[in-house]
Design a protein around this ligand. Structure first.
Ligand code: GRF
Length: 206
């Protein structure tokens, strides 16, 4: 029997994407295992989700910076992920930028989900940025993580229409629904070895 791909999830908040991954694994839609969940926020609801599902979890204090990890602490994150022999690092609402050392430790093996159609609306509050801009379509994007914010090669995207009666909150909900679908699909494709990165382009071999 083939070994399942081992995921390490990095979280900061409520963890609905983590929950969707857990549910899809339990429903056998995703052939993977979450080996560890790490949070930079000790109060993250995502940690309770991990606990409830008997997934090892850890809070690692991020240190003094707001948007990145202190370099020595970044090493701790990497060490923890290596100790669990992680194949793929999944950022699931992790609110910090990943720096070079971390990226080098997991080349093309860190992915993120972003609540907009990149390269439009990178950064924080992407749903609000899109809503306020007045776009007619937006959506969700999975991508490999590189050293620029929300700028790595795109793996998968799902489109969401913005209707006249949408509010920012209804739009956010619709995008989140799509996030929950494409994040697991992306992980499954990677687990099956179908995702090939060629420079900026990601090709899916079916
Ligand atoms: C999601 O919208 C994700 O795209 C963004 O942060 C949010 C995390 O939500 N990166 P959750 O913690 O998974 O519920």
């Amino acid at each position: 029997m083939n070994q399942k791909i081992k995921l390490g999830a990095l979280v900061s908040g409520k963890g609905s994407n983590l929950q969707a991954i857990i549910d899809n694994i339990n429903n056998k839609k995703l052939d993977a295992e979450i080996s560890v969940v790490i949070s930079d926020n000790k109060d993250a609801y995502a940690l309770l989700r991990a606990e409830k599902h008997n997934i090892p979890y850890k809070f690692i204090n991020p240190g003094k910076y707001k948007t990145k990890l202190e370099p020595n602490i970044e090493k701790e994150y990497v060490e923890c992920l290596k100790n669990y022999d992680i194949d793929l690092v999944c950022l699931a609402g992790f609110m910090r930028v990943i720096k070079d050392e971390f990226l080098l430790a997991f080349p093309n093996r860190i992915i993120n989900i972003h609540p907009a159609l990149l390269p439009s609306f990178p950064g924080l509050d992407a749903q609000k940025q899109a809503f306020d801009y007045g776009v007619k379509i937006t959506g969700a994007t999975t991508h490999f993580v590189n050293s620029h914010v929300d700028a790595g090669p795109i793996i998968m995207q799902a489109v969401v229409s913005v209707l006249d009666d949408d509010t920012y909150l209804s739009l956010k909900e619709k995008i989140l629904e799509q996030e929950h679908i494409i994040y697991s699909k992306t992980i499954q494709l990677i687990a099956e070895g179908r995702v090939v990165v060629e420079g900026r382009k990601v090709k899916i071999r079916y």
